[in-house]
Design a protein around this ligand. Structure first.
Ligand code: MTE
Length: 305
């Protein structure tokens, strides 16, 4: 069957092609009532990512948007929702620089324009041992990178959060070295799973989730998912990511989910899915080994944490 790809900037998305918010909710209700998964798949084909574990029930929108880590708005889980009201996510520009042939500063709409819209549902495992299942909307980072045309010297891509202490109360305190920075090896950035997200449950990202643009790498701990990105820089050197700079004995560059390597202060063997009571086992690469394990062949994953 031919399914026309939806792309950013092609005018309004016909409502028939959008998975309505209600339908996501319906699917949850369906699951709650024990509907067969096959039936659900027919009901909402566009929300089923190929990599999704069918049993994973989506985390409610309310939890995804009110249990957050975004230290620019405070360190409490409810702070980002509470204190991000003054943040203005539009207009927005993204600067592309470093080892690439097509650098520049682009208005967000131009930056996204023409890229296929993807809506994967991914598990997110925070390094603090809780997890969620989030239906994202966005573009593949790979598509963005191809347009930037990295040179032969580019081995990594670094991404930086906006610095706006006037709108981000956490940045007025020295909680972290601001701005927040993250990075990926170029092959990780080009992996089919890696996206730049612009939405959740078919709606634009709220400020607390990293509006208007944030990184999502579902096989890595959540802190790799840098929010409110204003800069992408291609480099030949491994970028210094914020949490590694803060606590090098606790956080690494790769940050691949690995139940066998404990955090120095707690076990990573199990996790609490938000909304559930009992802890469940954490999966190697958060269950995405098939898509990503090949990138780390030959690396000692206990050392390269
Ligand atoms: N990005 C910035 N700029 N600042 C942050 O504090 N927290 C990270 C990551 N991205 C963080 C960030 C952490 S620790 C996690 S677990 C995820 O965002 C949480 O994303 P969520 O709040 O959308 O669930």
């Amino acid at each position: 069957m031919f399914i026309r790809k939806r792309r950013f900037g092609e005018g309004d998305i016909p409502s028939s092609e959008i998975t309505p918010y209600e339908l996501y909710l319906d699917r949850r209700r369906f699951l709650a009532h024990g509907a067969t998964l096959a039936g659900v798949a027919v009901l909402a084909p566009s929300v089923l990512g190929a990599t999704e574990t069918e049993e994973d029930e989506r985390t409610p929108y309310e939890d995804i948007t009110h249990y957050n880590n975004y230290y620019e708005f405070g360190t409490g889980k409810e702070d980002p929702a509470k204190y991000s009201g003054d943040f203005v996510p539009r207009p927005w520009t993204v600067t592309v620089e470093g080892e690439c042939s097509n650098p520049g500063t682009f208005a967000l709409d131009d930056f996204l324009k023409g890229h296929e819209i993807v809506e994967p549902v991914y598990r997110m495992r925070c390094v603090e041992a809780w997890s969620m299942v989030i239906p994202w909307r966005g573009v593949r980072l790979r598509d963005v990178i191809m347009r930037a045309q990295p040179t032969g010297k580019a081995e990594f891509v670094e991404m930086t959060t906006v610095l706006r202490p006037a709108q981000m109360p956490g940045q007025r305190r020295r909680i972290l070295p601001w701005p927040y920075v993250e990075g990926l090896r170029l092959d990780e950035a080009m992996n089919e799973l890696t996206i730049l997200a612009t939405g959740i449950y078919g709606k634009d990202l709220l400020n607390q989730n990293g509006a208007p643009l944030r990184l999502v790498t579902p096989w890595k701990y959540g802190f790799k998912g840098v929010k409110s990105i204003v800069k992408m820089r291609f480099t030949s050197d491994m970028p210094e990511n914020t949490w590694q700079v803060m606590a090098p004995n606790e956080y690494g560059f790769y940050a691949n989910v690995n139940p066998e390597v404990d955090h120095p202060r707690w076990s990573q063997a199990r996790e609490r899915r938000i909304g559930e009571f009992r802890r469940r086992p954490t999966l190697m690469f958060n269950g995405y080994g098939e898509q990503v394990a090949h990138m780390y062949r030959g690396m000692d994953l206990t050392k390269w944490y």
